[in-house]
Ligand binder design. Structure first.
Ligand SMILES: *[C@@H]1O[C@H](CO)[C@@H](O)[C@H](O)[C@H]1NC(C)=O
Ligand SMILES: *[C@@H]1O[C@H](CO)[C@@H](O)[C@H](O)[C@H]1NC(C)=O
Ligand SMILES: *[C@@H]1O[C@H](CO)[C@@H](O)[C@H](O)[C@H]1NC(C)=O
Ligand SMILES: *[C@@H]1O[C@H](CO)[C@@H](O)[C@H](O)[C@H]1NC(C)=O
Ligand SMILES: *[C@@H]1O[C@H](CO)[C@@H](O)[C@H](O)[C@H]1NC(C)=O
Ligand SMILES: *[C@@H]1O[C@H](CO)[C@@H](O)[C@H](O)[C@H]1NC(C)=O
Ligand SMILES: *[C@@H]1O[C@H](CO)[C@@H](O)[C@H](O)[C@H]1NC(C)=O
Ligand SMILES: *[C@@H]1O[C@H](CO)[C@@H](O)[C@H](O)[C@H]1NC(C)=O
Ligand SMILES: *[C@@H]1O[C@H](CO)[C@@H](O)[C@H](O)[C@H]1NC(C)=O
Ligand SMILES: *[C@@H]1O[C@H](CO)[C@@H](O)[C@H](O)[C@H]1NC(C)=O
Ligand SMILES: *[C@@H]1O[C@H](CO)[C@@H](O)[C@H](O)[C@H]1NC(C)=O
Ligand SMILES: *[C@@H]1O[C@H](CO)[C@@H](O)[C@H](O)[C@H]1NC(C)=O
Ligand SMILES: [Zn+2]
Length: 800
């Protein structure tokens, strides 16, 4: 947003004066806002279409040959440590791997060609066998396509006959990546205690990260998620290293020579190529077992992390979560064993490879007494997400990447339940839900959003596939599933997904398969699941419902920040509402068309307020007539607990975003934060801080900064004092939601210049400097007051 000058200093002054009594001073901000946004030239694209360009030529493998299994041998020529020896030239690290593979496939339609994927590999020595006769088939040509299809085209003499069984052998060599893709090298340091003087030495390990389309960089394969096959892997690795893969090593492993050994792994279940994985690390990368569990769970980490006990929390909680899922899904984890490993380098946070889950160290290792409990929450939710994938994704997989939300939405949604079960004291369910709701709302209000289930033609190239791993697939996916569960009832929903996992175990699905099974669980006359879900998964965006409690009229429209865009999209929206008279009883309503509907029950008869979308179960925003807004806001100020905490947070978020879309006055948005002066719960504060942070960015900061600080200082004072005993004593409250809010209180108080906070922070900092004399930097105390709101928010990568 461009900054505009010419805003009178007077507004700021007025603001300062008025905020002292914390009332209408915000009008100045409103005026500034109006000036700023009206100054922007918003041109209106009139029609909403999917924003991606037309699809390139077909990038999909033909279905004439279907793989059944692979025999793979891989040998990474990597040194895990480089030892200096007298008179021997120190070897350079080598970053190559060699290997060969045989893929066994069946012919489903006569053809002369094998098409599969291969990228960055040098392939040679092709051999094709007709397995039914045992005869070789002559290979005429082997050709890498030079486009983003990454096809390897093999032309043979004669034909593959429908129903016939064949195999293709290829030898190959490739490079170990230094960029965390495919098979990559990761570096870390280790203290060598055996050296005469302890030394810090560099170590290397190799790991794979293949989702979505990097298996083709490791070995030639049918690299599409529905080309599921069984994998039999042998890894040749240096003798002082350990190799891990999806399954455990079989007894058929042995030492080859002075330098190398071979580890052979049991066959995997049939699975998608992107779930294939292995790691090679020094033998001192060890594991601990999880306590009593039917599945053998091992958690691996660097020796130093292991010795310090940083792996224990993950090992413990993994068993608990896995057991929860087995019960909740009514389906056992498919394999006997589960390994997880903390890698010094990995992008994303974690990857759900079947039987060998890889994590960034920070997403798995927990240091009791040192790591913050925020960190513990992150670890628990990442583990819960990856374990959910062992069913949603690994067992039942989307047919194609256009519906990756079936993996990611489910993993995200299920992690709420699992974390809440495994660590009830975290009380984190509502927080996780609000995080995803707001992340999704933000992305999905833009015209550049995409439908959850994008037409597959638009998701063809590796770039387009990668583009599907975004907030829509993860967060909106989870929110839409949550809405469905609330609409049909959690019992019906749970029964439906149990059937889904049971029926499609080991297979690939499209979303319609899921709707059908949930439909079977519910009254056909009351619910039409496919039609209900269509509006949420096949079009972009989300609605705002507007309720006029004077006339009882209710209608919906597409919520977009760009208010000049015309959209005719509409949704089937189920939501619960309540009034301050009927409370706590709530009533469900469904609105399912674009027209304005008058509904008697929405008319406020005795001046009562109406609150719609209890607990934010519907993926929509709500707007009201100004009178109802006023009643809600005064309820918030007199007795906020009458309104559920998620709605307290959402009223603020809606008010600010409706203002941003010019559907309400900015004054209303600012008014919606007034009740915070008495609020102790985290979610409403979090909502306000995030929205005000954006607000600051919208203005010329010099004009608004001061008034904003004053206002916030006034609002936060009581909250800060509430935590003061804890803060001054460097302790935290027991309740996790309050723990979160203690952080917010300190951030906002110091940001807004609350003297007490600054003194506390300065003293604590000085103290810390004294007790840690090695800290060779100094932070002037005034900087503490300039903490900015966005810097400290706990943003995390969602790509897991
Ligand atoms: C190292 O090499 C030098 C000269 O090349 C030789 O004189 C010396 O004996 C060698 N030392 C050892 C331990 O091999
Ligand atoms: C290591 O690499 C350097 C630079 O590429 C090269 O000059 C040197 O000969 C290599 N050493 C060995 C032992 O391969
Ligand atoms: C495949 O690779 C392994 C290990 O390098 C090798 O021993 C074997 O001979 C190769 N197979 C063929 C058929 O070349
Ligand atoms: C070990 O450290 C001592 C004292 O710093 C030094 O004198 C000695 O040379 C070191 N030994 C080696 C092998 O580096
Ligand atoms: C409901 O709220 C309205 C407006 O705030 C108020 O006038 C009325 O007394 C409230 N009724 C009850 C039962 O709380
Ligand atoms: C809303 O959520 C709260 C806490 O999560 C719960 O106690 C309450 O029953 C929910 N209300 C409805 C109507 O579902
Ligand atoms: C609500 O309905 C009343 C009665 O029809 C009307 O006078 C008023 O303008 C409406 N308010 C809004 C915000 O549309
Ligand atoms: C916003 O406030 C202005 C004046 O303060 C008023 O004219 C306008 O109607 C209000 N807009 C809405 C959407 O309430
Ligand atoms: C904001 O609150 C003030 C004080 O109660 C009130 O006068 C004003 O009408 C409110 N404005 C809006 C748009 O809610
Ligand atoms: C801080 O903690 C100490 C020891 O736990 C306690 O004695 C003291 O009362 C606490 N101070 C405050 C202000 O809570
Ligand atoms: C804080 O500690 C003081 C002294 O220990 C005590 O009087 C006061 O009640 C405590 N305040 C809170 C909010 O716990
Ligand atoms: C806050 O800090 C972030 C990161 O340091 C920076 O990108 C942003 O511009 C800052 N915002 C404000 C309002 O100062
Ligand atoms: Zn995931």
């Amino acid at each position: 947003m461009p900054k505009k000058s010419g805003v009178s200093k007077g507004f700021a002054v007025a603001f300062v004066v008025l905020t002292v009594c914390a009332i209408a001073g915000m009008i100045s901000m409103m005026v500034v806002y109006e000036i700023q946004t009206n100054g922007l030239n918003m041109t209106a694209p009139p029609i909403i279409t999917t924003s991606t360009p037309p699809p390139p030529p077909v990038m999909r493998l033909p279905r004439s040959l279907i793989p059944e299994s692979y025999d793979i041998i891989l040998q990474p020529h990597l040194y895990t440590s480089i030892k200096e020896e007298v008179n021997v030239t120190t070897p350079n690290q080598t970053l190559t791997f060699t290997g060969n593979s045989t893929v066994h496939f069946q012919c489903h339609q006569d053809t002369m060609y094998i098409f599969l994927h291969s990228l960055g590999l040098n392939v040679f020595a092709p051999r094709v066998i007709d397995k039914d006769t045992g005869n070789p088939i002559t290979v005429r040509s082997v050709k890498h396509h030079k486009d983003v299809s990454h096809f390897l085209e093999i032309n043979v003499d004669g034909r593959f006959k429908t129903g016939g069984n064949y195999s293709l052998f290829l030898a190959f060599e490739g490079e170990i990546s230094e960029y965390l893709q495919a098979l990559y090298v990761s570096k870390y340091t280790e203290t060598n205690k055996e050296a005469v003087n302890e030394t810090i030495e560099e170590r290397f390990l190799a790991a794979t990260n293949l989702e979505p389309t990097s298996a083709r960089r490791l070995f030639p394969c049918f690299d599409e998620p529905d080309m599921k096959a069984a994998f039999r892997l042998k890894v040749i690795h240096r003798r002082e290293t350990t190799a891990l893969s999806n399954t455990r090593p079989s007894p058929d492993s042995y030492v080859l020579d002075e330098d190398w050994k071979l580890t052979s792994f049991y066959e995997t279940p049939k699975m998608s190529t992107y779930l294939f994985a292995f790691t090679i690390s020094q033998d001192d990368f060890t594991y601990i077992d999880s306590p009593a569990s039917q599945v053998n769970i091992r958690t691996y980490a660097r020796p130093e992390a292991m010795e310090a006990g940083h792996v224990e929390y993950a090992a413990k909680i993994t068993a608990k979560i896995l057991e929860f899922y087995e019960g909740h899904f009514g389906l056992k984890y498919e394999m006997k064993d589960l390994d997880q490993i903390a890698l010094p380098d990995l992008e994303p946070l974690a990857m759900e490879n079947w039987g060998l889950i890889t994590y960034q160290e920070g997403a798995l290792l927990y240091e009791e007494g040192v790591s913050s409990w925020l960190h513990k929450e992150l670890i628990t939710s990442v583990i819960a997400h990856e374990l959910a994938h062992q069913w949603f994704g690994n067992q039942v997989t989307m047919k194609w990447w256009n519906e990756i939300w079936l993996n990611e939405g489910f993993a995200t949604y299920m992690s709420y339940l699992a974390v809440d079960h495994a660590e009830p004291s975290f009380q984190i369910k509502e927080k996780l839900i609000m995080d995803d709701l707001h992340t999704a709302f933000e992305e999905d209000a833009l015209l550049t959003s995409h439908p959850l289930s994008t037409p597959s033609d638009y998701v063809q190239t590796p770039g387009e596939i990668l583009g599907m791993f975004d907030a829509i697939s993860y967060s909106k996916g989870a929110m839409v599933l949550r809405m469905l569960a609330n609409h049909v009832g959690e019992d019906s929903f749970d029964n439906g997904i149990r059937e889904y996992l049971r029926v499609y175990q080991g297979r690939n699905v499209e979303q319609g398969d899921l709707w059908e099974l949930i439909q079977n669980e519910v009254d056909q006359k009351k619910f039409n699941i496919p039609s209900f879900m269509k509006s949420w998964t096949t079009q972009i965006g989300y609605p705002v419902i507007t309720i006029n409690t004077t006339s009882g009229e209710i209608y919906q429209k597409h919520f977009l920040y760009n208010s000049s865009v015309v959209s005719s999209l509409w949704w089937e929206i189920p939501f619960k509402y309540t009034t301050n008279i009927t409370l706590p009883k709530s009533i469900e309503l469904v609105i399912d068309g674009p027209e304005v509907k008058p509904m008697d029950e929405l008319i406020s008869k005795k001046g009562e307020w109406i609150l719609a979308n209890i607990n934010c179960t519907a993926y929509c925003r709500v707007n009201y007539n100004p009178e109802n807004w006023q009643r809600l806001l005064s309820q918030l100020e007199t007795n906020p607990d009458r309104i559920p905490v998620m709605n307290r947070a959402q009223l603020i978020d809606d008010a600010f975003n409706l203002a941003r879309a010019k559907l309400v006055n900015v004054t209303l948005a600012l008014n919606s934060t007034r009740f915070l002066r008495k609020e102790k719960a985290f979610l409403p504060w979090e909502s306000a801080v995030r929205n005000l942070g954006y607000f600051v960015l919208m203005f010329d900061r010099s004009e608004v900064y001061g008034p904003m600080q004053l206002y916030l200082r006034h609002q936060v004072e009581e909250l800060y004092n509430f935590f003061k005993n804890h803060t001054d004593n460097s302790t935290v409250p027991e309740n996790h939601s309050l723990q979160h809010n203690q952080i917010t209180a300190i951030e906002v108080a110091c940001f807004s210049g609350l003297l007490d906070c600054i003194e506390m922070a300065t003293a604590m900092f000085a103290d810390w400097m004294n007790t840690n004399p090695t800290n060779n930097f100094a932070l002037p105390s005034t900087d503490l007051a300039k903490w900015n709101l966005t810097t400290c928010r706990h943003s995390q990568s969602i790509d897991i």
